[in-house]
Design a protein around this ligand. Sequence first.
Ligand SMILES: [Zn+2]
Length: 355
Amino acid sequence: MNDHLHNNPDLPQAWAPWFSHEYITYFAVRALDGLASLPPVAVKPRPPFGDKVWPVGPKHIDIYKESYQERRHLDPVWSFDYKKRNGDFALEPPSEKTIEPWKVLVIYSTEPDLDLDHDLAVHKNQKITGGSHGWRHMEFRLLTSTFGAAPQSFRVHKDFAALAFENGNDYWGWRYLSRCCHYLADLGNPFHVRVLPAFFLMKNIFSGQTLFKTASAVHQSYEVYVERRFREGFGPFGEALLQGAREGQKAPGSVQRLLPAYMKKAGKTHNAIFYFFLEQYGRDLLDVFSRVNPNGPSETAAQTNKCSADAARVIFRDGSLPALGFLDGITVGILEDVGRMLGMLFRSFADAKVR
Ligand SMILES: [Zn+2]
C-alpha cells in the first residue's frame, strides 16, 4: 500500500528520513475529516510572545523547512539523528512561501527533540530525567516524589497555538500545535510516565548507576523498536493510530481532562515492556549502552541516541523476530490511545478552520 508517510508523493525527499513523532502525527492527521484539505497558509516569522515564560534552549534555531534544497540521500532505516535530513533548510522565514496545515503538523513534530528544550536550567531535580530535555518530556513518580513537567509543556504549547491563531498567525498556530502534539504523544509513551518497576528499583536501590543506565537503555531500546516498525511500513501501527484518531475526533470531553487517565493507562504497560527487553536481550542490550555517562557533558537523550544503531542490531537480530510479536501487541494498544488524544486535540483546533 502506498499510504505510508515515507511513500507520500506530496512530501519532498528533502524532508526525509522520517521519525516516530512524524509517523504518529501523520496517521492522526489523515484520520481527521477536512484537516488534510485545509488550504495552504503563508509562512510567517514567529510571534514574539512567550520567550520569558517559556525559555527555549540556547542552541535552538527555528528552521523553515518550506524552503529546502536536497543535498543527500540518507538510509531511512539506519538514520537516528533528528538533525540529519536529506535537505538543508532556511534559517529565516522564506518570503512568499505557503504550506498546507497538515504538513506543518507533520514536519515540525520532531522539533521538541532537537535543541528546543536542551541545556536549560528548569528544575533543581532535572538530573534524574537526564537534563532539561527529559524534564520537559516526561512526568513520573519515583518513591515519594514527582519528576518532570511534560503536562505543562503540553499546556504551554496549546496556549501558544491558540494565541497565534487569535493574532492571525495561522502558520505559527499550526506549528505550535505540532510541538504541542509531540508532548501529548510523549505522555502516552510508557517510558515517559514511568521509569522503573518498583521491584527492580528496590532490588538495586543502592546502585544509582545501575538504575539510571538500565532505565535509559530500555527506554531508548523501545524507541528504536517503534521507529523501526514505522519505517518498515508495519501496518498495525498505522491502523491503530488511524482508528484511535477517528474515535478521538468524535469523542466528547477535553484532552486536558483526560490527560491523567491517559498517562496512567500508558504507565500500566511499562513493567511488561521493561522486563521483555531485559529477559529477551539481557547483557547484549545493556552493553550497547554502557558508554552512556550520566555525569557526561551532554544530555542523556543525546548520548543514548548515539547507541541506537547498535541497539537496533541487537533488537532485530535473527531469531528474535517471533518474540517481537509480544511488543507489537502492546504497542498497537498504546498507539491507539495516542491516536485518540491527538484526534481530540487536532479536532479542537481544526473545527474553527473547517467549514
Ligand atoms: Zn519528546
